[in-house]
Write a protein that binds this ligand. Structure first.
Ligand SMILES: NC(=O)c1ccc[n+]([C@@H]2O[C@H](COP(=O)([O-])OP(=O)(O)OC[C@H]3O[C@@H](n4cnc5c(N)ncnc54)[C@H](O)[C@@H]3O)[C@@H](O)[C@H]2O)c1
Length: 325
């Protein structure tokens, strides 16, 4: 696929910047809209000199869509704070970018007759009562807890995507992303992998919220990008889980990172966070069947690459580290 015009909201963020890289490298024209509230210019700096890449610093929420005259072939809506400290700090912005913001991006896709993709999350399953989670599980979400701005924002986002598909026949897709990690995450973004790496690199204790027996599954960024690209190529409008089904406890992750960094650390147990899910593991049979996709990067290999990246950038001053995800 070459020479398509592609719009990516949140393209200066962790996942979005890798998606921009992919489509530019395949010979397409990519427009990235981002207000940099959690993303960084350094993630896309190397693309700014490319003729096929355009960066627009703007907030999707207040975007005047009538000012957009281009005819996009694909629209990706990734813009949203994604780590707990980010959405605790930006609660209303998180709700709005997933509601009003999703509507605006859908309107652009509708105007252009473009393919549309919404990046939803495993958080729509809340603290799940079944494991692994399949797409037809409706979830166990607290609608008024501190995480609800994100979980309910994404649930509304999915609902409006389906409404645009049903009412206007917009060619939509919904992916539910499970914890993804890799190069260009922020070391201080509060997610568990950057948290642990930052603590190990600084010789600090590893902080674990709860008893550390809560499980997560971690997908390396290149596997996720591969899945997103494949998703755009099929004709399927209901949600599809994208994540790595291999499950690890937070304690196992702490051990593995100590092995990889060669640094031993004391583990400091802190009280469990409100509504922190006890288990999180995708059932990816739908993605396997529809996309012929499954993650191929082993956790240890992905963590080694991520560590190398973090070792190459300056360590930010101690900041938010709450909100293990
Ligand atoms: N990383 C994960 O593990 C994960 C898991 C589930 C879902 N997701 C979803 O994937 C998407 C990308 O997540 P990420 O991990 O790359 O996070 P990120 O914070 O690195 O990227 C989000 C980007 O969106 C931008 N943004 C936020 N609000 C905006 C607005 N109103 N207008 C313009 N730009 C705005 C931010 O500046 C940032 O560059 C999000 O929608 C997130 O909910 C990510």
């Amino acid at each position: 696929m070459r020479n398509k015009l592609i719009l990516i909201s949140g393209g200066a963020g962790f996942i979005g910047s890798h998606l921009c890289d992919y489509y530019v490298s395949e010979g397409n024209n990519v427009w990235c809209i981002d207000n940099l509230c959690t993303g960084r210019i350094s993630n896309i700096e190397h693309l700014l000199k490319e003729q096929k890449f355009k960066f627009i610093e703007a907030d999707i929420i207040s975007l005047d869509i009538n000012s957009i005259k281009e005819h996009f072939d694909m629209v990706f809506h990734l813009a949203s704070p994604a780590s707990p400290p980010d959405y605790f700090r930006l609660p209303l912005e998180t709700l709005k970018v997933n509601s009003l913001g999703t509507e605006k991006m859908l309107e652009i896709a509708r105007k252009c007759n473009a393919k549309f993709l919404f990046s939803s999350t495993s958080e729509v399953y809340g603290d799940p009562l079944v494991s692994p989670q399949k797409e037809d599980y409706w979830g166990n979400v607290n609608p008024v807890g501190p995480r609800s701005v994100y979980d309910e924002g994404k649930r509304y986002g999915e609902a409006i995507v389906m409404a645009y598909h049903r009412k206007y026949r917009v060619d939509t897709r919904i992916i539910r992303i499970f914890n993804t990690y890799g190069e260009r995450m922020r070391l201080d973004d509060g997610r568990v992998i950057p948290n642990f790496i930052s603590q190990l690199l600084q010789g600090n204790p590893l902080t674990i919220y709860g008893d550390g027996r809560q499980t997560r599954s971690f997908c390396y960024i290149s596997d996720l990008i591969n899945g997103i690209v494949k998703m755009m190529e099929i004709d399927f409008h209901f949600p599809v889980n994208l994540g790595n089904p291999e499950e690890f406890t937070i304690l196992q992750l702490a051990e593995l990172l100590q092995k990889i960094t060669g640094k031993k650390a004391i583990i400091q147990f802190l009280p469990a966070l409100e509504d922190d899910p006890k288990q999180r593991r995708p059932d990816i049979s739908r993605a396997k069947q529809l996309l012929n996709w499954q993650p191929v990067v082993q956790l240890e290999e992905g963590l080694r690459k991520t560590l190398k990246y973090f070792q190459s950038i300056p360590i930010p001053s101690p900041g938010a580290d709450k909100g293990v995800k």
